[in-house]
Structures are given as structure tokens and as C-alpha cells.
Design a protein around this ligand. Structure first.
Ligand code: CUO
Length: 686
């Protein structure tokens, strides 16, 4: 079994055409296969799974082949772990490829893909930055079925007449082609929930930070679960305010219905139909046979009560009955309370699974089955059951706002940061945000618009393209985007020494849905990280710091294979196109908070801390989380101040700015209307 390609190129083939047999894959990509055998049932040629692999893959082989990877179910998560372990044991990349090809025909393909992705995060000889984006492998998880069908029809025709037609086919996925129709107000934010880069990010986050990973293998994993999802919900609410919708209502009274249904209009390439959910569906017990494997809403209520009790009394109870203090000011050797809570809520490495249960994961599962809880209709799961599709459902945000509020309840038990904790040596004198890409920019005014994002779908869908057919099948999606911008920060170092500083930049709306100013407590629901980074050395006196928006800590700085040798993620980062909330046509006013905090951590060198992607939302498989403070610091706790202005006024190392985000129909119309000077005014009225 010899190979012509480099192992890094070869291994990518193992991801392609996930719905097709390995024989078809080999034919399309000119791969050399081991001897094949006829399948007992169908006669189709398949690989032969060696006995030793069969023995290692008991859990994986038990999962039915044609269903999605239901990540919130432990038997699926354990299967991914089992299979990725086999991939990790391969001694070199050629062996990894051989193993993957031998296994491929015999296991659930979504679980196979998830395990391959996970192997890329874990193996030192592979770079996660080289991973193919999931939308190129499973376009049908993101793109409506009728758009996919159109692409298939055009591709077949082009292959048939390839001397006469152009070899690049492009199918447009329009902004209104979403799961929710224009008669529902929820349609206004459907473009955001169904953004393929956002759903892709969610898949990567859960694969990189699985809840069943060996405890300790991901630094502060439970806290990261809280923090990334907190930002996801906060940003969703900013998007809702931008289109005149009220913030999402947490789903916490489980005796009331979920209100909004969801009909996803996506179908997987092997015919799996995600279930529809009618409006006003209830969260119900799911009856299994045998009955003792059923799931009950009352079980969730009990776990929630235990978690609220733990938060309110300030400790959790271990399995052996001892107490674990919940505090985010831990002593040496003590865990962060938010991390313990995150692990117990999701649930991952819980201190006591019996007492605190599996609240978050089971909630996903119950919502994904709420259309047919008694299983009378042979329906499939709803999209809430899988990580690559859950975010498109309005119920995702209702569920996650409930989860976020649980964490906020804990955060409110923590003492306010002291003046000393908030202080910093540096003084911020001025902050300006400046857009790039056109002449005539106005300071602190940014623009968003819709544009196209295009990807090649022909490595995911088999268009019956032979290896010599030079046909590309592009899917062109309408997505929100913005012009890039930079921060210009004038900072003063009042000491006589050269210093480093860490800058923390957060964004939140200034007004609520009723046009009232948000006070300090209400803003805690909204603050979202824009960038947290360490500066270069700052000389005594005044200096200017320039920071480009595409350097942000929430994005990946990965560019191309081999260019960045440090840890880099191509997809486990916030989508670049959604870096800014949409804003309004008239211009929506946001707070931009900037803080310069001291760098006093001597455990790592400056160079080590600055290398590669910081990974604020995704964490770092290769080391410690890149900040020592609680995630969201300093805007994650209550304050004695009523307003953010009063909070900032006490600290010369902080600054608060108004910035305006204006939404225009397209990029070309930026600058066509003069920007009027404005003072504070109500949302939607200025
Ligand atoms: Cu990411 Cu509920 O955790 O979806």
C-alpha cells in the first residue's frame, strides 16, 4: 500500500465525500486502496475491518451509521473519544491515513469526521489550521436542501456538457432562504443564527473542548464553556436590538411552551431529515424502552435546584459528602468556582454527577425530541441535538440564556473587584476607532453590510465529478460583514521604567430595547470581548498603540499551511464576518470599554504569551488559557457603581467611548450619505 502524496495532503482525502463509500472516494480522488471485499448484505465493495480495530471500536460500531453525531449524548461523545484514540495511536501520518480508510466504511460517518477533527487538535504532527472547514465537507448541514439540489442539477448538466459550458458553477443562497419565514419577527435575525461560519465555529468549539475529555487536559474548560456561550448569547441580543427585537427570553419555566417552532429546511446527503418543531411545543419527558433510560423534565428541575442551592450557599457537595467552596478568588491549590460550576452544568468533569446531573446536555436533547417525545412517529432528531446545527434554532438561545443566567447568578455572589484589582499603572488618554478601506472615514463610526461568502462544495457532495473533470461547484451565501478597522490608543506610562500592559476591549449597547440607558447591572448581560492583548514595551511618557481588528483575540490569525507554526485554529474562532453587531441604518450607539491592566505574571515569558492565536473563546489545546483573570474581567461582576461611567471614572487606566455602528445595504453605499454629528439620543430615534 504505497502513496504518492505527502502525508499531510494525503490525510485530507480521508475527510472528503463523507456520504460516499470508500470505493467511490478512491475513484473520485485517485486513491490507492487495500484489497476490498463484498458486503454480505449489499454486495458493495468495502474495506475489511481488521479484528484488532473491531475489538477497539465497540462503542463506535454500536452507533447506527446514517444518523448525525448527537454530541450532547454521552454514547456518541464516548464513541468519538474511542475512535479518536485509535487515530491518536497511529505512529505516523501514513498509518493514520491507512487506519482511517480501513475504518471509514464501517462506522457512523459524522462520528468518524468528529474523531478525525479531534485528532487534528491533539496530534503534534498535524496542524488544526489545515483542517477543511466543515461547510465544505457537510454543506447540507448549513445550506437549505433546495439550494443543494440546484447545485446538483447544475453540476450534472455541466459534467454532461463540459466542452460547452463553463467549469465553475455558482449557486446563490439568498439571505431570505432561511428556516423562518418573513411573517415571523424571528426571521429578522435568522441570517445570524444560520450563518455558516457561526455554526461551524460552534462545531469546532465542542470538538476542541469535549465535555468528556480527560479532566485537566483543557485549562479552565468549564469556565470556557460559560464564557464562549455567554458571548454568543450577548452578541445575539445585540443583533436583536439592531433589528428592533427584544432580547431573548430565557427558557426557564418548563411548564410553558417553547413558543417559537423551527423548521430547518435542511436535509443531509444520506436522506436524514431533521425534525420540524411546531410553534408552542412543550418540553416533555422522553419515554424510552426500557423505561429506566427515559429522561424526565422533573429530573432537570431537581438538578437545577441543586445547582441553585450550591450557588446560593457558596459550596458544592462532592461525591464523598465533603464540601467544595465556590469562589473566584481561590487560594493556591483551590479550583475556580466558575470552572467547577461550568463542568457540572454542561456536564463534564462534574464534582458530583449524581447530585448536579447533566442539565445543559439533556436540555438540548429534550428540545431536539420535543416534537415527538413519545416516539410515535418514527421522526428524527431536531437540530438542537447536534453541535453543527443547534445554533440555527431560536430555542438554542432561549436555552442558553437560561444557562447564562444560572452562571450570572453565581457571578453575582462574588465580591466586586477591589480598587487594587482594577488599578493599573498605565493611563489611557485617548481611544479612537477608525475604519479602513475607504476615504472620508469618521472616527468612531463603523459600517456593516451584507456581502457574499463563497465556498467550494465539491469535496463534500459527490457531483459524480471524475478526477479529470475540472468543475468547481461554488455555493455563494449572503452574510453580514463589515469594513476592517483599527484601534488607536494613546497611553501614558507615568513611571520611569519600560513597561508591558494588557489591553482589554469590550463592547456593549448603550441603550436597551425601550431606548433607556443600560445601567451597570444590566450591561453585565451584554459585554462582549472584542480584543484582549498584550502590548509591546511601553516607554516612559506617552505612546500610541495601534491594533488592527483582524488581530483580535477572538479571531484566529491562521493564514496558510506552514506560515504559522505556533498553535493556530482556522475555524475555532469567532467568525470574522460577525466581529461587529449589525447596528441600525441610522447608526446604533455602543459603549466601547478599554482597560490597561498590569502584566505581572512571571510564569511565562512575554514572547511565549504573545505567540500564535490567543484563543479567548476557544482556549488552547497546547497550553494554559492566555489570561490569569476570570474570563470577562473586569466586567463579569457586580459593582457598587450604578453606571459604567461612574465605574470607569475612578480609574485612569480605563476609558469609555461611544462608537456608532451603521448598517448599510451594501459596501458600495458607504459614505454616500453624510454622517451627521450626533449627541446622545435614544435607540432608533437618531
Ligand atoms: Cu454549545 Cu449548548 O453548548 O451548545
Amino acid at each position: 500500500w504505497h502513496f504518492r502524496e505527502s502525508p499531510e495532503d494525503l490525510i485530507l482525502n480521508a475527510f472528503y465525500l463523507p456520504y460516499e463509500s470508500t470505493a467511490t472516494l478512491a475513484d473520485r480522488f485517485d486513491l490507492i486502496l487495500p484489497p476490498m471485499v463484498g458486503d454480505d448484505e449489499t454486495g458493495m465493495l468495502i474495506t475489511e475491518l481488521p479484528l484488532d480495530l473491531k475489538m477497539k471500536l465497540g462503542r463506535t460500531l454500536a452507533i447506527p451509521q446514517d444518523i448525525p453525531y448527537l454530541a450532547f449524548r454521552s454514547e456518541h461523545a464516548l464513541a468519538v473519544r474511542e475512535l479518536s484514540q485509535v487515530f491518536l495511536e497511529a505512529r505516523h501520518l501514513y498509518e493514520l491515513f491507512r487506519t482511517a480508510i480501513l475504518i471509514r466504511d464501517h462506522v457512523n460517518r459524522s462520528i468518524y469526521l468528529a474523531a478525525l477533527y479531534h485528532a487534528f487538535y491533539e496530534r503534534k504532527d498535524l496542524n488544526p489550521g489545515d483542517l477543511p472547514p466543515l461547510e465544505t465537507l457537510l454543506p447540507d448541514r448549513f445550506v437549505p436542501a433546495d439550494v443543494i439540489n440546484k447545485a446538483k442539477k447544475l453540476a450534472k448538466s455541466a459534467i454532461l456538457h463540459k466542452e460547452r459550458v463553463k467549469t465553475e458553477i455558482s449557486v446563490h443562497w439568498h439571505i431570505n432562504e432561511t428556516g423562518i419565514g418573513t411573517r415571523s419577527p424571528e426571521h429578522r435575525v435568522a441570517y445570524w443564527r444560520e450563518d455558516m461560519h457561526l455554526n461551524n465555529m460552534h462545531w469546532h468549539w465542542h470538538l476542541s473542548n469535549p465535555y468528556n475529555i480527560e479532566p485537566g487536559k483543557r485549562d479552565r474548560r468549564g469556565e470556557l464553556f460559560y464564557y464562549m456561550h455567554h458571548n454568543l448569547v450577548a452578541r445575539y441580543n445585540m443583533e436583536r436590538l439592531s433589528v428592533n427585537l427584544r432580547p431573548v427570553v430565557p427558557f426557564e419555566d418548563w411548564h410553558l411552551s417553547l413558543l417559537d417552532g423551527y423548521f430547518p429546511h435542511i436535509t443531509t446527503g444520506n436522506g436524514y431529515d431533521w425534525a420540524d418543531r411546531q410553534d408552542n411545543t412543550f418540553f416533555k419527558d422522553v419515554r424510552e424502552i426500557p423505561l429506566n433510560q427515559s429522561s424526565h423534565v422533573s429530573q432537570l428541575e431537581m438538578w437545577r435546584t441543586h445547582l441553585y442551592h450550591a450557588i446560593d450557599v457558596g459550596y458544592m457537595v462532592n461525591e464523598n459528602g465533603s464540601y467544595v467552596r465556590l469562589t473566584d478568588n481561590p487560594k493556591i491549590g483551590e479550583a475556580f468556582g466558575i470552572n467547577l460550576l461550568g463542568e457540572s452544568v454542561e456536564a463534564g468533569a462534574s464534582v458530583n454527577p449524581f447530585l448536579y446531573g447533566n442539565l445543559h446536555n439533556l436540555g438540548h436533547d429534550l428540545i431536539s425530541q420535543s416534537h415527538d417525545p413519545a416516539k410515535r412517529h418514527h421522526t428524527q432528531m431536531g437540530v438542537m441535538g447536534a453541535v453543527e446545527t443547534a445554533v440555527r434554532d431560536p430555542a438554542f438561545f432561549r436555552w442558553h440564556k437560561f444557562i447564562d443566567n444560572l452562571f450570572l447568578r453565581y457571578k453575582m455572589t462574588q465580591p466586586s473587584y477591589t480598587a487594587r484589582q482594577l488599578a493599573g499603572v498605565m493611563e489611557i488618554e485617548e481611544v479612537i476607532v477608525m475604519e479602513e478601506g475607504w476615504k472620508g472615514q469618521t472616527p468612531d463610526l463603523l459600517h456593516t453590510f451584507f456581502t457574499n461568502s463563497t465556498f467550494d462544495s465539491s469535496r463534500g457532495i459527490d457531483f459524480q465529478r471524475k478526477r479529470n473533470d475540472d468543475i468547481t461547484v461554488l455555493i455563494k451565501a449572503d452574510v453580514l460583514d463589515h469594513l476592517e478597522f483599527n484601534y488607536r490608543i494613546r497611553i501614558r506610562n507615568p513611571t520611569s521604567e519600560i513597561k508591558l500592559s494588557k489591553l482589554r476591549i469590550f463592547l456593549a449597547p448603550k441603550f436597551n430595547e425601550d431606548g433607556e440607558r443600560l445601567n451597570f447591572a444590566s450591561l453585565l448581560h451584554y459585554w462582549t470581548e472584542m480584543d484582549v492583548f498584550e502590548t509591546d514595551e511601553i516607554m516612559p511618557g506617552t505612546e500610541h498603540i495601534y491594533r488592527h481588528s483582524n488581530q483580535s483575540s477572538i479571531l484566529s490569525n491562521y493564514r496558510a499551511r506552514g506560515v504559522n507554526t505556533a498553535f493556530a485554529y482556522s475555524a475555532c474562532s469567532w467568525p470574522r464576518n460577525l466581529q461587529l453587531p449589525r447596528g441600525t441604518p441610522d447608526g446604533m450607539i455602543f459603549h466601547l470599554f478599554v482597560m490597561a491592566s498590569d502584566v505581572d505574571d512571571s510564569s511565562e515569558t512575554h514572547a511565549t504569551r504573545r505567540r500564535g492565536t490567543p484563543g479567548s473563546f476557544c482556549g488552547r489545546p497546547d497550553g494554559k488559557y492566555p489570561d490569569k483573570w476570570p474570563m470577562g474581567f473586569p466586567l463579569d461582576r457586580k459593582s457598587s457603581h450604578e453606571t459604567i461611567e461612574a465605574f470607569v471614572a475612578e480609574h485612569p487606566n480605563m476609558m469609555l467611548k461611544d462608537i456608532v455602528i451603521k448598517h448599510v445595504s451594501d459596501r458600495d453605499s458607504i459614505g454616500s450619505q453624510p454622517h451627521e454629528e450626533r449627541s446622545d439620543c435614544l435607540l432608533f430615534t437618531c
